[in-house]
Design a protein around this ligand. Sequence first.
Ligand code: SF4
Length: 340
Amino acid sequence: MWSSPAVIAENNFIYKSLSNWAFNVAVGCSHACRFCYVPSAATIKQGPKLAEYGVKDPDAEWGDYVLLRPWDEEKFLASLRSAENAPRAQLKPGGNRAVIYCSTTDPYQVIRHPNPVRQRELAEHARFLVRRSLELIRDESTLNVRVLTRSPLARTDFDLFKSFGKRLVFGMSLPTLRNDLAKVYEPKAPAPSQRLAALRAAKDAGLHVFVALAPTYPECDAADLRGTLEAVADLEPITIFHEPINIRAENVARIEAQAAGMGVRLRTDVFDTRESWQDYAVKSLHTVSELAKQLGIEKHIHLWPDKSLGSQALADRMPNPSKYLRRLDHWWHRVSEWPK
Ligand code: SF4
């Protein structure tokens, strides 16, 4: 167990229009996505504390540690009141006055422990953290909730989600439909086919769904992206977010080590230089945008171009630099949809 309790805290999203606040049930994440951006921040902010738990290298060991946060109802309620009373004029409009579950871990991950009794206790605690906090947000505030997960375990809470009405949106991260590819990039996360089935079940249950094609891999070519977009278009999601893999701290080394360990060749050459990464990122964003137009779903697309793609040097390589920069600005300031 981690030392500080699970509370609602301001989040650090600037250009993603996901939420104003985050509720995180744990430090660490058992899905172990190799590209994950979280461990670099964990290393900086929580390195010394994690060392006390025996985590020597929070980045290299990402996916091997999950420290659940304790529950303190008074502290949670204080954080809930603070969010509820935050002056609306001071909130970023892109946040939709929502709390995201979760921003630095997954709310529905599998908790592993060598002792089966302790594992069951921890799994129950994780489930309690999510359910109790959601009940309090629903009953003691007017805040919205955005649930984002890679796990079909969320299905057990669909009834609770439904009780929020238009105040809750439910989404899955689904970069590809290829289970084999996801096994390399997201080795311990549930397969994309399971996630798509969970999204369908959410839609059938009457939930407002969104999808994050995030992050799509260098192997996700136009045919792959089209397949994923066609599958999710059927679900009529309120928003389809998309981003390629951005380079953060040691994530490329993590991806390469995973691929080497599995004897798989990946297109990690796109990360070799800043220019090659920019080419892959811009092409990926452009392809999704064009495919969405062809599929008639462009108004639901919400691209997440990394801020570094706005450099003048890169813009000057584009056929129309000012149009390129205007488009980036549009995406950075776009407010994502919320059910009316
Ligand atoms: S599910 Fe999210 S937080 Fe967890 S490892 Fe994957 S990207 Fe990181």
